[in-house]
Design a protein around this ligand. Structure first.
Ligand code: PMP
Length: 362
C-alpha cells in the first residue's frame, strides 16, 4: 500500500499481499510454505483490475479512446467489467458490459453503481453464437458510435499486466522475506497454482516467474469440470459441457491470451464446485480470508497437486514456496445460494448453543 496521496482510485489497483496459509498447511500435513496472493484488496476487488487499467491506458496511448465520445464495450464474467467501469468512471468514458446470466447480482450492482450499462446473456450460449456475451458485445459495437471492444481474450495487455505487476509482486515478496529457523524459505517461487478464464493471469505469471526468476518453477493450472481449457484434452471429457457454479474460470473455447507454448502451464487439474466451496470455507475459517469461489478452486487444486506423485516431494520440503492465486473476494457472491448455505446454515456451534440457552433462561 502506498503511503502517498494517490491521484485517483487507479493508484490503488494491485500491490496486493502475499499471505502465509499456515493453518491450512498444518491441517494438511504440509512442510512447504503455502502462500496466498490475495487479490480482493485491489481497488475494484479482483485480479482483473490490473488488466482493465493496462488495457485502457494502452488504448489511450494509441489514440483509440476519446473522453466524451468513446464507449468501452466488453464481454466479461464481471471482474474485468468492474475494473473497466472503475477506470472509465475515473477517465470519463461510457461503458457497456455484457455478462452471462450465471454471474452474481453483486457484480451487476457494482457495475451499475460505477455507471456501466449491463446486458445479461444466456449462460448456455456457445461463445461464437450471436447471443453469447461475446456475440452481443460485437453486435453492439457495430451499431454504437465510438464503440470499442478492448477484448481481454486477445489483448496482449491482459497477460502483460500480470507479467509486469502481479508476477513481480509475488517474486519480490518471496525474495524479500528472509529465511528463518521458524519460517524457512527457499527464496524462490517453487510452485504457482492458478485458475484460468481468459488465461491471462496464469500465462503472465508463468512468464514472469520462468523468464526472470526460476525457470524450474512448476506452474499448475486449474480448470473446472465442464470447461475445455485443461491439457491434455482427455482431462476434459468427463462432464464435458456441464454447467458449473464457480464464476470467472473455464470456457468453451481457448482464448488467444492463454499461451499453449510448452512449459507455460506444466500440469492441469480439473476442479469441482464442491471442492472449491469447501476450500473457500477453509480460507475463511482458518485463515480469515474473505475470498471468492475461484480462490477455492485454486486452493483445492494446490492441495490435490501436493498430494499427487508429482507434488508430494515439494509438499514435504521445508521452505519450498507454493503460491496460490486467490483472484477475488466473497463480497462478489454474498447472495449466492452456495455462500448463504455455507454462512447461515452451518450446524450450530457449541458456543451458539450456549448463547441460546443463556438467552432462553433470562
Ligand atoms: N477468478 C475470477 C473470479 C475471475 O473473475 C477471473 C477472470 N475471468 C479468473 C479467476 C481467471 O483469470 P484469467 O481471466 O486471467 O484467467
Amino acid at each position: 500500500m502506498s503511503r502517498q496521496i494517490l491521484d485517483n482510485a487507479l493508484g490503488a489497483v494491485g500491490n496486493t499481499p502475499l499471505v502465509r496459509l499456515d493453518k491450512i498447511a498444518a491441517q494438511e500435513g504440509l512442510q512447504c510454505n503455502l502462500l496466498g496472493k490475495v487479490e480482493y484488496t485491489s481497488a475494484g476487488g479482483s485480479v482483473k483490475d490490473r488488466i482493465a487499467k493496462r488495457m485502457v491506458e494502452a488504448a489511450e496511448r494509441e489514440g483509440k479512446l476519446k473522453p466524451g465520445h468513446s464507449v468501452v464495450i466488453e464481454p466479461t464474467s464481471g471482474n474485468t467489467g468492474i475494473g473497466l467501469a472503475m477506470a472509465c468512471a475515473v477517465k470519463g468514458y461510457s461503458v457497456i458490459i455484457t455478462m452471462p446470466n450465471k454471474m452474481s447480482l453483486e457484480k451487476e450492482a457494482a457495475l451499475r453503481a460505477l455507471g456501466a450499462e449491463v446486458v445479461r446473456t444466456p449462460t448456455e450460449a456457445a461463445w461464437d453464437s450471436p447471443e453469447s456475451h461475446i456475440g452481443v458485445a460485437q453486435r453492439l459495437q457495430k451499431e454504437i458510435p465510438g464503440g470499442i471492444i478492448l477484448d481481454q481474450y486477445r489483448n496482449v495487455n491482459n497477460s502483460l499486466a500480470h507479467e509486469f505487476s502481479t508476477g513481480p509482486e509475488i517474486i519480490e515478496a518471496v525474495v524479500g522475506t528472509p529465511s528463518t529457523s521458524t519460517k524457512p524459505s527457499s527464496g524462490i517461487v517453487d510452485v504457482l497454482v492458478a485458475g484460468a478464464g481468459t488465461g491471462g493471469t496464469i500465462t503472465g505469471l508463468s512468464r514472469a516467474i520462468k523468464k526472470a526468476h526460476n525457470p524450474r518453477c512448476t506452474v499448475v493450472g486449474v480448470d473446472p469440470v465442464g470447461s475445455i481449457l485443461a491439457q491434455p484434452e482427455g482431462l476434459n471429457t468427463e462432464g464435458e459441457g456441464s454447467q458449473y457454479i464457480v464464476e470467472g474460470i473455464g470456457y468453451d473455447f481457448v482464448p488467444d491470451v492463454l499461451s499453449r507454448e510448452p512449459g507455460t502451464v506444466d500440469t492441469w487439474l480439473k476442479s469441482t464446485d464442491e471442492e472449491s466451496f469447501e476450500a473457500v470455507r477453509k480460507l475463511m475459517r482458518l485463515e480469515g480470508l474473505l475470498v471468492g469461489g475461484s480462490s477455492g478452486s485454486s486452493l483445492s487444486g494446490a492441495l490435490r497437486w501436493l498430494k499427487s506423485d508429482e507434488g508430494k516431494k515439494i509438499a514435504q520440503t521445508k521452505g519450498a514456496n507454493v503460491v496460490v492465486l486467490l483472484p477475488d473476494g466473497i463480497r462478489n457472491y454474498m447472495s449466492k445460494p452456495w455462500f448463504l448455505k455455507m454462512a447461515l446454515e452451518a450446524e450450530p456451534s457449541p458456543l451458539a448453543q450456549r448463547i441460546s440457552s443463556i438467552l432462553q433462561q433470562s
